[in-house]
Design a binder for this molecule. Structure first.
Ligand code: 5GP
Ligand code: MG
Length: 182
């Protein structure tokens, strides 16, 4: 696929920045405890979103710690399969801590439900989830995000951290690519 195949911009830089600012306000409104909020990003798709979100949270007076976990669904390409594997765990101790899980997109729900369960097993006091994008039409297992950037239709989304076979993560906007079906 050529770069110019990303012809549809769904959300441009200004729209993303505005939405991240509002998300940070929503998160700040419910995160004013004495302890810093522990942000756990799911790699690799969340890295740009988390980087913007943590600075927007700072502007709202929220102190944060940051860690990442690497999760992969078996297989590659545009559709995730049924199994989620923990490839790299977090290093911070989250026992008794309030954790904000940060992911790029909520699709079938398997990644988010796996990650929330895992963080609770590690002893987090509370686990809330923030996703940049939600594709509710694709949900296969129950999964709940407390904070959602944008709801998107069932199309393949790239940019602002999201890839198609490792390409397009660097795009500053969010777009869709045409993907041939099976
Ligand atoms: P789930 O486990 O909810 O099915 O899928 C979540 C993961 O699948 C996301 O973190 C992301 O890596 C990948 N994914 C699902 N839909 C899309 C999409 O439209 N574009 C991209 N780039 N990744 C997606
Ligand atoms: Mg992902």
């Amino acid at each position: 696929m050529k770069p110019d195949a990303v012809h549809d911009v769904l959300f441009d830089e200004a729209q993303i920045a505005g939405r991240v600012r509002v998300l940070a306000q929503e998160i700040a409104a419910v995160s004013q405890g004495p302890e810093p909020l522990t942000l756990v990003g799911v790699l690799r798709g969340s890295f740009i979103f988390l980087a913007d979100l943590v600075r927007a949270l700072h502007r709202q007076g929220v102190r944060a710690r940051v860690d990442f976990m690497v999760l992969e669904s078996y297989g590659s390409g545009s559709s995730s399969s049924g199994n989620v594997r923990l490839n790299k765990d977090i290093s911070l101790d989250v026992r008794g801590q309030d954790v904000l899980l940060v992911d790029d997109i909520l699709d079938s729900g398997r990644t988010l439900s796996f990650a929330c369960r895992h963080l609770k097993e590690l002893g987090a006091r509370t686990v809330k989830a923030c996703v940049l994008l939600d594709k509710p039409s694709r949900r296969a297992v129950p999964a709940h995000a407390d904070f959602i950037g944008f709801t998107v239709p069932d199309e393949f989304i790239v940019g602002y951290g999201l890839d198609y076979n490792h390409a397009y993560r660097e795009l500053p906007w969010i777009g869709r690519v045409p993907v041939e079906g099976p």
